[in-house]
Design a protein around this ligand. Structure first.
Ligand SMILES: Nc1nc2c(ncn2[C@@H]2O[C@H](COP(=O)(O)OP(=O)(O)OP(=O)(O)O)[C@@H](O)[C@H]2O)c(=O)[nH]1
Ligand SMILES: [Mg+2]
Length: 390
């Protein structure tokens, strides 16, 4: 659903799928313990109204939404090109059922829910930091312990996956296959890392060799996915840096090599029903950053390793998300397959230059519009005009 499929053969003889990320829409899974505000955050993001009630396991089947967010650059680009409309970028969010301790062993429909997590590309892990006696919870507010319950379930599931692969590879290794022997050694190291309670994403970070990278990729381990920990906080604590629960979660996130964020999901959802004007006033009163959700979505976008480029003509100006490292011809293919097939050249100017001009003619006259070939790597904030044969 999310990715192009490339077939590869592993040394254990099993055909594995190597996902070329970023060809289609990439998804962020919203996960956490039951009743912590996952669906409430989903509603805030998607401006929808899926059930977010005060009882655990309110969500069973995942809710999915393509969430549009604002690319501020489009305001200026629209003016420069006199475009009819502006089309913002979007990413996909998936609201997943609550997990409980023992999920990896099947508790609370655990395996089914973990399967939903395996289909997303990155994770927003919601942790309850709000105090409300009326909302059912598993115990006291204890962010690091709560976050760890979920993380250990993902790790348990990964250990099971590693064990399964080990069993297969070991048989081949015993028959004298060198590659298989090397693979069993890596699997042993990964298992040890997981058994110490560490997510695989921290395994030899930045120092993995190609074999390790390939093997980990092929295993689709849950704890390899990037995570942002989200503190769901009370409405009255917007001096977030003084919030002890938030600080504890931030510390925990850093220990797992992950980012963190604070939000009041309930307020964000409630303000959805207000007009833009009322929303602004309300948020000002509570000292809530008006663009908090946008900031959150942009963080999620970065976690997916996406960058945004812009295009424009008189009909529309548009933002496109592509995986960092994408070439100009592949980026053209995202707009239309004909553009990739018939690619001639791209004219490119980055936002840092573009923002200082109010017409494209002057940019061109001053030689700031660069001519690039098909292998040019698109940068965040590039404005791109593709020339192609039809
Ligand atoms: N006080 C307070 N209540 C909240 C907040 N966020 C969510 N809630 C309430 O918590 C309850 C559960 O919210 P949901 O969004 O359904 O939680 P969930 O994590 O999706 O729950 P499951 O799908 O059952 O796992 C609802 O009654 C929400 O109104 C918050 O920031 N503050
Ligand atoms: Mg829910």
């Amino acid at each position: 659903m999310y990715t192009e499929i490339k077939w590869k053969k592993s040394c254990s003889g099993i055909i594995i799928v190597n996902r070329e990320r970023g060809v289609n829409m990439l998804g962020i899974g919203i996960i956490g313990l039951p009743n912590v505000g996952k669906s409430t955050l989903f509603n805030a993001l998607s401006k929808r109204n899926v059930p977010a009630e005060n009882y655990p396991f309110c969500t069973i089947e995942p809710n999915t939404a393509i969430v549009e967010y604002e690319d501020e650059r489009l305001h200026h680009i629209k003016k420069i090109f006199n475009s009819g409309k502006a089309v913002n970028p979007a990413i996909e969010f998936i609201d997943i059922a609550g997990l409980v301790k023992g999920a990896s062993k099947g508790e609370g429909l655990g395996n089914k829910f973990l399967d939903h997590i395996s289909k997303v590309d990155a994770i927003a892990h919601i942790v309850r930091c709000f105090r409300d006696d009326n909302v059912v919870s598993s115990g006291n507010v204890d962010p690091a312990t709560d976050a760890e319950i979920i993380d250990l379930e993902l790790i348990e599931k990964d250990i099971e996956t590693v064990d399964k692969r080990y069993e297969k590879t070991y048989k081949i290794a015993r028959a004298g296959d060198k590659d298989a022997r090397a693979e069993t050694e890596i699997l042993e190291k990964i298992k040890k890392h997981l058994e110490s309670g560490n997510p695989v994403r921290t395994y030899k970070k930045g120092e993995r060799n190609e074999k390790e990278e390939e093997l980990i990729y092929s295993l689709f381990l849950l704890s390899e996915k990037p995570v942002i920990y989200v503190a769901n906080v009370n409405e009255n604590i917007y001096k977030i840096e003084d919030n002890e629960d938030y600080k504890k979660l931030a510390e925990y996130a850093l220990s797992k090599d992950s980012d963190y964020f604070a939000i009041n999901a309930k307020i964000e959802t409630e303000t959805n029903e207000l007009s833009e004007e009322e929303k602004k006033e309300f948020k000002e009163e509570f000292g809530i950053d008006e663009n908090l959700l946008n900031t959150f979505i942009i963080k999620c976008k970065k976690m997916l390793n996406l960058i945004t480029f812009n295009t424009a003509n008189e009909n529309e100006c548009k933002s496109w998300n592509i995986v960092s490292g994408t070439t100009a011809s592949k980026a053209a293919g995202k707009i239309h397959t004909d553009m990739e097939k018939g690619f001639i050249k791209a004219e490119v100017v980055n936002w840092e230059i573009l923002k200082n001009y109010d017409n494209i003619k002057q940019i061109r006259e001053e030689g700031k519009l660069m001519i690039e070939g098909k292998d040019y790597i698109i940068n965040e904030g590039d404005f791109v005009y593709i020339h192609f044969h039809v």
